[in-house]
Design a protein around this ligand. Structure first.
Ligand code: ADP
Ligand code: VHF
Length: 381
């Protein structure tokens, strides 16, 4: 370890709970484009064992385009979009088939989530993605996330899975993101081009200078190289999430990282108040309406960190819809902001209502017991 700060940060890793692991194409495939089955097996074994130990594991996996290429007769990545999409459409199935097979061996359940940029930017879709990830983790299924390459083009794509993994880590409020690649971590310069490049094991405070050290992809199979990994580091550290970049070829690399060993480059998260993670979503969007609550509800939210339940609601104002940011008010005071699970019209029809009566009052099967869940609620006063 290089410093006391690094030692402290590494020692804190075993106590983390929710961990996102990102695997790049360069690790999943051999240079000839065929799948590295030994690596698939090793990942399934490590992820399942960590889940058995009590960690909540999310996998962000690249590889759809590369997996689809051989079946469609490509030896190099096609340049035009529809052909790339066709490879992804074929390869995503192959990828999931392989994961299913290997995870099954270790008693795991896998699930597929395909996202696009819109899912991270649109509060409603963000909410649905978060809800699904939470549900899968609570049910001990491993979410395997990729970009929905088959139906997206550049303008609606995150574009690379390093950034996508940081977005996923932020959506599910992970404690740690591990990016596995074909390189040991961050060097002062691209080590495949500059033999004098120095390895950096710990970044205590992320800044632009690390962006400037990063170069592009090492192989034709990779996307973005170290540049996109630094973009991911920026998103993570600002969102209060630690990040490690490590070499996927190290034996039992995930176990070593989770045991706090000095493997790869560790980017220490900024000291972000937990509420700040929500603040980015909630404060960043324009408020679409107001929900007025009674004193009991106000006290539960402000003093006990409770969710907003229909029973404490007096009325809703404004024309807001599911997923919109709303202001929660007691009298003329704004006490909190949050993302609503119900439209304004529905909130008015269920105000004062007990949880058991919600479906009857709504006239349809209730989607949530809460109008604003505490995970999406930021207390202001
Ligand atoms: N400063 C740097 N430090 C480490 N690797 C770098 C740096 N700049 C560029 N790279 C390149 O980034 C590559 C890893 O990214 P990439 O090829 O996209 O792989 P993956 O498919 O795992 O995401 C390394 O193999 C290396 O060639
Ligand atoms: N979504 C694409 C991968 C994009 C990407 O960032 O690739 P990589 O640099 O290998 O992590 C796919 O599944 O082929």
């Amino acid at each position: 370890m290089n410093s006391q700060d690094e030692l402290k940060a590494r020692q804190a890793i075993p106590a983390k709970k929710r961990v996102v692991v990102k695997i790049g194409t360069s690790s999943l495939t051999y240079p000839n484009g065929k799948p590295n089955l030994r690596f698939f097996d090793s990942m399934a074994r490590q992820l399942m064992d960590l889940q058995n130990r009590g960690y909540e594991m999310v996998l962000v996996s690249s590889g759809a385009i590369a997996m689809g290429m051989p079946s469609l007769g490509y030896t190099t990545k096609p340049k035009n979009l529809p052909e790339k999409q066709a490879c992804a459409a074929v390869g995503q199935g192959t990828l999931m088939h392989l994961y299913e097979k290997f995870f099954h061996e270790y008693g795991g359940i896998v699930s597929q989530i395909l996202l696009t940029k819109g899912d991270a930017l649109n509060p409603k879709r963000y909410l649905y993605a978060r809800g699904c990830l939470d549900a899968l983790l609570a049910l001990d299924a491993i979410p395997i996330v990729n970009e929905n390459d088959a139906v997206t083009a550049d303008e609606i794509k995150v574009g690379d899975n390093d950034t996508l993994s940081a977005v996923v880590a932020s959506i599910c409020e992970a404690d740690l993101l591990i990016i596995l690649s074909d390189v040991n971590g961050l060097y002062t310069d691209n080590p495949s081009a500059n033999p004098d490049a120095q390895f950096i094991s710990y970044v205590g405070e992320f800044s632009r200078k690390y962006m400037d050290m990063a170069g592009g992809a090492g192989t034709a199979r990779g996307t973005g190289g170290m540049q996109t990994k630094m973009k991911a580091a920026e998103i993570c550290t600002r969102s209060g999430i630690d990040m490690v970049i490590a070499n996927s070829s190290i034996h039992d690399v995930l176990f070593s990282i989770m045991d706090g060993e000095a493997i790869g480059t560790l980017f220490q998260a900024d000291n972000v108040h937990p509420q700040m993670k929500k603040r980015q979503i909630i404060i960043g969007s324009a408020i679409k309406g107001r929900i007025y609550v009674d004193k009991g509800c106000r006290d539960a939210i402000v003093n006990n960190g409770s969710s907003l339940l229909p029973v404490g609601i007096l009325r809703a104002e404004g024309n807001f819809h599911v997923g919109d940011p709303v202001s929660i008010c007691y009298g003329d005071q704004e006490i909190a902001r949050g993302i609503t699970h119900y439209d304004a019209e529905d909130v008015n029809s269920i105000r004062g209502c007990q949880t058991d009566d919600l479906s009857e009052r709504l006239g349809y099967e209730k989607t949530y017991d809460t109008v604003v869940h505490r995970n999406y609620l930021l207390v202001i006063r």
